[in-house]
Design a binder for this molecule. Structure first.
Ligand SMILES: Nc1ncnc2c1ncn2[C@@H]1O[C@H](COP(=O)(O)OP(=O)(O)O)[C@@H](O)[C@H]1O
Ligand SMILES: O=P(O)(O)OC[C@H]1O[C@](O)(COP(=O)(O)O)[C@@H](O)[C@@H]1O
Length: 316
């Protein structure tokens, strides 16, 4: 069973537009409201594919009640923790060329008592877990080493921890030896101080995260795919998507697919890419189900040992 912890969940509004012009009034082509936050999305993707998961979700205010209602409607198994501050809302502007601009609110601070209540909830839920996924940003004033403390606590219980976050929370978690980290290209560059312009740079940066303590690194590279670096090898893969609809949640779908496939080796990377490609073809942050994943052309998903010279798309 896979427990997810989302300390900073969100209501995710994805607004589809033709293209963005700053200062203009733009008529949206479509809009979607989804439950969100990275760990929540991992549980949503797992549920959509009948993989047992339990989401630990702090929630507050009318926004938080709306979030819980949306998750209940999807049938998510969850442990909810009421908190004082309102749950945040994030906005993603998805352009027709596949570009997504995200505006993520910081969220509201958790009191020490609320943080203890969340920790108790995740410790309780994790008693029968194989994995705990600590995913997403930390709310304001939550200590940056929180994920590190969870990693150490669960390591003592023999529970594997996956961390998907950024900035100081990621840097602080690495020495605690997380079993798996899932940085995107920007987070990989930020954590290592490297410029990531080729696949070789991504592999080297992932190797540096392993040297800092992570056991397995699944680094996602947007449209360029992903690279997997672990004890027994380095693999690269990509899953082209003919018409990208929304990339919001793609990384979370990737992480869910990787865990669902055993979190090790080339086959798990291929499955992760299939889940991510399926997510990108869906609107908003809708998580792909078996039919969406089956529709992904597996012949177009190529995994191989990494070619360091392969250039990545500019910017990324
Ligand atoms: N434009 C795209 N075309 C095809 N696949 C994509 C695209 N954007 C993202 N993906 C897939 O989703 C995965 C995660 O996307 P990425 O943006 O790297 O992570 P995150 O969502 O965590 O920031 C990528 O590794 C890739 O497999
Ligand atoms: O697009 P990604 O990186 O997979 O993350 C999707 C989720 O992350 C969020 O953007 C929140 O990210 P943060 O927790 O890092 O602020 C949610 O709005 C969304 O549900």
């Amino acid at each position: 069973m896979i427990v997810t912890l989302t300390l900073n969940p969100s209501l995710d509004r994805t607004i589809e537009v033709g293209s963005l012009t700053r200062g203009a009034v733009i008529r949206a082509a479509a809009a979607h409201l989804d439950p969100g936050g990275k760990g929540v999305n991992v549980s949503r993707a797992l549920l959509a594919n009948q993989v047992p998961s339990c989401a630990v979700v702090p929630f507050g205010g009318d926004e938080g009640r709306r979030l819980i209602a949306l998750l209940s409607a999807e049938g998510i198994d969850m442990v909810t923790v009421p908190v004082t501050g309102p749950t945040r809302s994030n906005v993603a502007l998805a352009e027709s060329d596949g570009t997504v601009t995200k505006v993520n609110e910081p969220g509201t601070a958790l009191s020490a008592a609320e943080l203890d209540a969340v920790a108790e909830a995740v410790l309780g839920a994790a008693s029968s877990a194989d994995w705990v996924v600590a995913s997403g940003s930390l709310p304001p004033r939550v200590p940056a080493d929180l994920y590190a403390r969870l990693c150490r606590r669960f390591a003592r219980a023999g529970i594997l921890v996956a961390v998907d976050t950024s900035g100081p929370a990621l840097t602080a978690a690495l020495p605690a030896g997380p079993a798996l980290v899932k940085p995107n290209r920007e987070e990989l560059a930020e954590a290592t101080g490297m410029a990531i312009t080729t696949l070789g740079d991504a592999v080297e940066a992932a190797r540096r995260l392993r040297a800092m303590g992570a056991r397995t690194v699944l680094a996602s590279l947007g449209a360029d795919g992903a690279v997997l670096v672990q004890d027994d090898g380095v693999w690269y893969g990509e899953g082209p998507v003919a018409e990208p609809r929304s990339t919001v949640g793609a990384g979370d779908a990737m992480l869910a697919g990787f865990l669902a496939a055993g979190a090790c080796g080339q086959e798990a990377l291929a499955e992760a890419l299939a889940w991510a490609s399926a997510a990108v073809a869906l609107p908003g942050s809708r998580m792909p189900g078996p039919a969406d994943i089956a529709a992904v052309r597996r012949d177009r998903i190529r995994t191989s040992t990494a070619d360091p010279a392969l250039p990545l798309r500019p910017g990324g």
